[in-house]
Design a binder for this molecule. Structure first.
Ligand code: SF4
Length: 75
């Protein structure tokens, strides 16, 4: 599972960070981001999914990890 935050939709209420601070960081203005847009560690997936569901803006995009593990370039 991978998650990323759509910065155009995030309203900086910090809900995701409250639920899952290991995955969702906040910048100096309180907008959320995911460092490296990397994969979520297995032990953090439940909390990350909770944060996705809790985001009132629907700003968090979750994707299943590729079974081939194709990591690397983004966008
Ligand atoms: S919960 Fe959603 S809107 Fe709030 S800071 Fe996180 S990504 Fe942004």
């Amino acid at each position: 599972m991978r998650v990323r935050v759509d910065p155009a939709m995030c309203q900086a209420n910090g809900e995701c960070h409250r639920i899952c601070p290991d995955v969702f960081q906040l910048d100096e203005w309180g907008y959320a981001f995911v460092e490296g847009d990397g994969p979520v560690a297995p032990e953090l997936q439940a909390a990350a999914e909770e944060a996705v569901a809790a985001c009132p803006e629907g700003a968090i995009v979750a994707e299943a990890s590729s079974p081939k593990g194709a990591e690397g370039s983004q966008g």
